[in-house]
Write a protein that binds this ligand. Structure first.
Ligand code: SF4
Length: 267
């Protein structure tokens, strides 16, 4: 998964919270760029309702056996496909499913398992440093908060969000390349950075759908609204979509997808 550069922003919402509210006072125009979704609240509800019918229990496609192997898998997936990472980690996690066992393998040992993955030398170095920190500072347990997670070598905000959601059930929204593309292509939550898109998506995704939203958007982007050419004739939200790239207006039949279409080949 590609990890675009992250910039932090000050929200206009936060600023306006400090402004005194007087009846009849003329509100000053906000200085920061205003975010506007192309969809109403009802349309967003309907989009995510359809995603939930299609994939009632969406799952991430990175294989892992515990929170530790999940952190490692997500960290390895930067600039790589999930399928490529799974191929490498299947053997690795069989012999190293704890920070101690991974540390015993050493950087060279880890490298041997992951050398089919892009940037593997740097990633092997980070995995070993991550294991050391987990053992020394977190009692060999994966921490549960974003602040602690992003201290781990090779773990950024996106990885932290994925781990919080998949390992600990915290509703977060990790913005990967698919989520970023869909938010912008559909004019759902446009933004120029992953942080901006994350902030904007959190404002428009209905609360009851937030927990699975990350996977729905990824899977929709991976299998239907593809990067090079969206397959609009197979899309269940084609009637609602406001993307200038859309090619049909008639939605595909809304049915639950068979299991094999949920987790097969990765783009
Ligand atoms: S209609 Fe086309 S562009 Fe719009 S979400 Fe569906 S696949 Fe993507």
């Amino acid at each position: 998964m590609a990890t675009p550069k992250i910039k932090s922003k000050t929200s206009t919402q936060q600023k306006s919270n400090h402004a005194p509210e007087r009846q009849g006072a003329v509100k000053a125009a906000p200085k920061a760029k205003r975010f506007k979704s192309a969809y109403s609240k009802a349309e967003m509800e309907e989009i995510f309702r359809r995603f939930s019918v299609q994939r009632p229990e969406p799952k991430g496609e990175l294989e892992h056996v515990n929170p530790f192997t999940l952190v490692v898998a997500v960290a390895l997936s930067a600039q790589a496909t999930d399928a490529g990472v799974n191929k490498a980690t299947r053997a690795l996690f069989k012999i190293a499913d704890t920070p101690e066992k991974m540390l015993d393998l050493g950087e060279e040992g880890v490298t041997q398992y992951i050398k089919t993955i892009g940037l593997y030398r740097n990633k092997a170095k980070n995995v070993i440093a991550l294991c050391r920190m987990l053992i020394d500072e977190f009692g060999s347990e994966v921490p549960k908060t974003r602040e602690e997670l992003i201290r781990l070598p090779g773990v950024g905000r996106k990885t932290a969000n994925v781990v919080m959601s998949m390992a600990f059930g915290v509703p977060t929204l990790a913005v990967d390349t698919h989520v970023f593309r869909i938010a912008n292509r559909l004019l759902m939550a446009p933004g120029t950075t992953p942080d901006e898109v994350e902030e904007n998506l959190l404002k428009v995704i209905p609360d009851q759908y937030l927990f699975h939203a990350h996977h729905w958007l990824i899977l929709h982007g991976r299998y239907c609204c593809k990067a090079r050419k969206p397959e609009c004739e197979r899309c269940v939200i084609a009637d609602l979509c406001r993307s200038p790239e859309k090619t049909v207006d008639v939605p595909a039949p809304l049915v639950e997808l068979p299991q094999q279409l949920i987790g097969e080949a990765v783009e």
